[in-house]
Write a protein that binds this ligand. Structure first.
Ligand code: HEC
Length: 130
């Protein structure tokens, strides 16, 4: 009995150490490299960034073909009208849910903040056809 006690004690200590390791140590990517909250708006092009955002959230109503029936005639697919809505401030105002414009996407949730920031960056740099 005297010899067994230290073995049991060591066993308990090892079991605790193991459970601490497996229970509290995380080495998955998310925990090692948490999202820093930085939104990269440094190189926002129309074709690479803005169009896909509009495609996914807006063209159900504002594509060239859907605009008349569902988008109040507002065509955000062709460059000329899109540039017009960018330059008059309403494209950004609408997705930012600002004052004095309709909140977009209509009937849907607000876009992710990073997507809104990217649209703003593209507008602020002249809404280029890039
Ligand atoms: C379900 C259809 C629908 C979707 C989806 C939608 N819109 Fe609209 N949008 C409309 C309608 C209808 C109007 C006309 C104004 C109104 O009814 O609020 C409008 C108006 C606008 C205007 C003019 C706002 C103003 O106050 O002058 C802009 C800009 C706009 N939409 C951009 C967008 C963008 C960008 C998206 C995607 C993020 C989007 N819309 C998604 C239907 C839609």
């Amino acid at each position: 009995m005297k010899r067994i006690f230290p073995l049991i004690a060591i066993g308990i200590v090892m079991a605790l150490a193991l459970s601490v390791q497996t229970g509290c140590y995380y080495d998955n990517e998310e925990d090692l490299y948490p999202f820093t909250g930085v939104c990269d708006t440094s190189s926002v092009s129309l074709s690479g960034i803005v169009k896909p955002i509009l495609q996914g959230n807006c063209y159900g109503c504002h594509s060239a073909s859907a605009a008349a029936a569902s988008g109040a005639g507002i065509n955000l697919e062709d460059y000329a009208p899109l540039k017009g809505w960018a330059d008059n401030g309403r494209l950004y105002c609408s997705v930012d849910h600002g004052n004095g414009c309709s909140q977009m996407p209509k009937g849907g949730g607000r876009l992710q903040q990073c997507d809104i920031d990217k649209i703003k960056a593209w507008v602020d740099r002249g809404a280029l056809n890039n």
